[in-house]
Design a protein around this ligand. Structure first.
Ligand code: SF4
Length: 327
């Protein structure tokens, strides 16, 4: 089958007496023409890569821009000192999300889940729980299938990239995947899982993608934290019996629709939101300076500039009156 509807996966699983993760596994076997063993081995490798990325983190690296690095360690130390308002577990979740986001910015090996920018959300909720509750490896691999199936449905019905649908599509999708995996690990049934996924995605609907200087650093690293904390809240709400009034597939469709309506400035172009604040612009100038710009400048009112400007660059047009580099 194709993983294009949460409801269809749930219905099929019920009809055939299977678990959600088994339907995802069998779809992977079919699509990639691999055996059950090969599929599970690959997923286990992915889980171990996530664990390893967490274990090799020291907090000593800094990104090339100098914007991020060391935040995860600060959080771990703060939590270890018993100071975290949300308790030690929440401190570990926040620390893990920061550490993985930093690792991506510092060119370390990470697992894109579903994207590199959102790589901290899944490990932030899975790894602290794995250690705290001593969960068997097989169960963690099954939870990875659950998350993968959710991500596949979101990718099919909506999108999972900031350029296509804003940060709701990256951090929001990661949060929904993590919420579903958490419900599975805590023994919730498929309906509960769907409610958790719906609530996690709903809570981040409309989130802009506005990376400062076009780097996946600010606000990306810290947004992984809100994706993780939101996933835990959504999973706990669903496990407590709280339901999403909007069915999960409709929520995913709404996310896709919101993404299509987001202005291009808020879809990874670094032209709006935090990237366009005075500080965001100053950071960009400090990092990129006038690199790539020619000396001569033209104004947007210049007819020749308008004629020569390639159509695909139209989204980068500055506000009227601003100077722009000569083309
Ligand atoms: S702000 Fe954009 S680049 Fe950064 S994590 Fe969100 S979607 Fe990715």
């Amino acid at each position: 089958m194709n993983l294009n509807s949460m409801q269809e996966i749930v219905s099929l699983a019920r009809r055939e007496g299977k678990k959600f993760w088994e339907v995802v596994l069998e779809t992977d076997m079919e699509n990639r023409e691999v055996s059950r063993y090969e599929s599970m081995e690959k997923m286990a490798q992915t889980w171990h890569a996530m664990l390893e990325a967490s274990q090799v983190y020291t907090g000593e690296r800094r990104s090339a821009s100098g914007l991020v690095g060391g935040q995860g360690k600060l959080m771990y130390d703060y939590a270890a000192a018993g100071k975290c308002i949300g308790g030690e577990f929440m401190g570990q979740v926040i620390g893990e999300a920061l550490a993985m986001g930093e690792s991506n910015a510092c060119m370390r090996r990470i697992v894109a889940a579903p994207t590199a920018g959102a790589c901290g959300v899944m490990p932030a909720v899975l790894i602290p729980l794995y250690w705290r509750e001593n969960i068997p490896e097989e169960k963690m691999v099954e939870a990875m299938y659950v998350a993968s199936g959710i991500g596949a449905v979101i990718a099919y019905r909506a999108c999972i990239s900031g350029a296509a649908g804003g940060c709701q599509a990256e951090i929001g999708s990661a949060s929904a995947m993590a919420a579903g995996a958490l419900v599975y690990l805590k023994g919730g049934n498929k309906d509960v899982m769907c409610h958790a996924v719906a609530m996690a995605l709903k809570n981040l609907l409309g989130l802009a993608c506005d990376p400062v200087a076009g780097l996946v650093e600010v606000p990306c690293v810290k947004r992984n934290v809100i994706g993780a904390v939101n996933a835990i809240a959504a999973a706990d709400m669903a496990l407590a019996g709280i339901e999403s009034r909007i069915p999960v597939d409709e929520v995913i469709d709404a996310m896709g629709e919101v993404g299509r309506r987001l202005p291009v400035e808020l879809r990874e172009t670094a032209l709006g939101g935090l990237a366009a604040t005075p500080t965001g612009r100053a950071v960009k100038k400090r990092l990129h300076g006038n690199r790539g710009k020619k000396k001569r400048t033209l104004t947007i009112k210049d007819a020749r500039w308008k004629l020569e400007k390639p159509a695909e660059e139209a989204s980068e047009a500055p506000v009227e009156g601003e100077t722009v580099p000569a083309t």
